[in-house]
Design a protein around this ligand. Structure first.
Ligand SMILES: [Fe+2]
Length: 214
């Protein structure tokens, strides 16, 4: 079984992750939809959370959000994983990179993390240029979707970008619109908004409620 959670921000919530760790079997996978926040803030809380995640004995994969320590994530070795590329943090924890399509439990998952943060984060030193997609990641995304015949089972993004508000990410908006128009998918899961609710029958926002895949 595959489950989703999102936006723990370096320790804001453990409960549902603990629930997963307590109940998951060997074949289960928890996918965190960004803003996991490993080594993001130099605080005791964040360090305890890092230890909690990195010592996980069950499988966890995460896409990146906008509040991540990208220097830290990118310091881990890359390897092939289910048809795409990941950074491997531990035996059980991997970072799903942008623009790849992973085949997990016979289903195809397109992954694209990141988005632009609000203006207040940069002066706090809690900001990385890598939060926004690069040309290479975007090219990879479109190429892989094309190579897959514009057909995947699931779309995973940190932000479901609809272009509303001050922090829109134009390249992500273009990609999200492209996927909605051209890609045949069964469901889209996104985080970022700190809410657990369906947007419509094909799009769901995930936050702190352990959400089994449909
Ligand atoms: Fe976010």
């Amino acid at each position: 079984m595959i489950y989703f959670l999102s936006d723990q921000h370096g320790g804001e919530s453990y409960g549902e992750i603990q629930k997963y760790l307590d109940t998951a079997g060997e074949d289960d996978l928890l996918i965190i939809l960004g803003d996991l926040g490993l080594k993001f803030q130099d605080t005791e809380e964040n360090r305890a959370f890092d230890e909690f995640i990195l010592s996980a004995k069950k499988k966890i994969a995460f896409i990146d959000g906008n509040h991540e320590n990208f220097d830290y994530i990118y310091s881990f070795p890359e390897e092939d994983f289910c048809g795409g590329r990941v950074h491997r943090l531990t035996e059980n924890v991997v970072h799903l990179e942008r623009g790849y399509i992973y085949e997990i439990e016979g289903k195809m998952f397109f992954s694209f993390g990141g988005c632009k943060s609000g203006a207040k984060w940069k002066p706090l030193g809690l900001w990385y240029p890598e939060e926004e997609p690069t040309e290479e990641e975007l090219r990879r995304a479109y190429e892989n979707l094309r190579a897959q015949g514009h057909r995947v089972d699931y779309i995973l993004t940190h932000k479901y970008e609809t272009g509303v508000g001050k922090t829109q990410t134009p390249a992500l908006l273009e990609l999200c619109s492209y996927i909605n128009e051209h890609v045949d998918f069964s469901h889209w899961y996104a985080g970022h908004w700190h809410t657990d609710k369906p947007i419509d029958e094909k799009h769901t926002l995930v936050y702190e409620k352990l959400t089994p895949i449909k």
